[in-house]
Design a protein around this ligand. Structure first.
Ligand SMILES: [Zn+2]
Ligand SMILES: [Zn+2]
Length: 195
């Protein structure tokens, strides 16, 4: 039995129109699939992906064209990758060029005071004078304890830990220990920077 498409009776023309209709249907279904696959790479919300796919199914071609106009311009992978890159760059920047927490001036990790606003950034070790991280319990450079021991008491206690040298000189006479007198500390402020 012959299928008369659009009431066309001519056999050849009828077949041509059938093939054309079949092509259109195939392209339509392919566009529905493409819309679904593309939306999945660009949209996170499964609800929106379903809406886009449904629109291209209900409104052949028109739905897909509208989706192409309103779809997000970027793939989700690219968005995530860029977010990661930005975070990594910020972390690198933070590590390379720390800024003064008070005025934002570019400082180095070893600075005790900000050269721009003159505020104290870190406390110096009472024994060796090197900058201390607020989280440290001891000075990693000279092994002295931080905070609790007053410098004078610390110096009195030192000879007990260090044996007298061969010449009968105690460690207190030693010039290397003499250098360990606490540096002038200036204004004392609890370290507020956690870095
Ligand atoms: Zn500053
Ligand atoms: Zn020290």
């Amino acid at each position: 039995m012959r299928l008369a498409v659009f009431g066309i009776e001519n056999d050849g023309l009828n077949r041509a129109v059938s093939v054309l209709l079949l092509c259109i249907v195939v392209i339509w279904l392919a566009l529905v699939w493409w819309t679904y696959a593309d939306a999945r790479r660009r949209i996170e919300d499964p609800m929106l992906i379903g809406c886009a796919t449904l629109a291209s199914l209900i409104f052949p071609f028109i739905g897909t064209i509208v989706y192409m106009i309103v779809r997000p311009p970027e793939y989700l992978d690219d968005v995530r990758e860029r977010a990661l890159e930005i975070a990594a760059a910020q972390a690198r920047l933070q590590e390379l060029d720390p800024a003064c927490p008070y005025c934002g001036f570019e400082i180095e990790k070893t600075f005790l005071r900000c050269p721009s606003c003159l505020r104290r950034l870190k406390e110096p070790c009472r024994t060796c004078g090197r900058p201390l991280d607020p989280r440290w319990k001891i000075c990693p450079y000279c092994e002295s304890e931080i905070g609790q021991v007053a410098p004078s008491a610390q110096q009195r206690r030192r000879p007990r830990r260090q044996p007298t040298t061969a010449g009968g000189r105690t460690a207190i006479d030693d010039p290397t220990i003499a250098r360990a007198a606490p540096p002038p500390t200036g204004e004392r402020r609890p370290p507020s920077r956690d870095s």
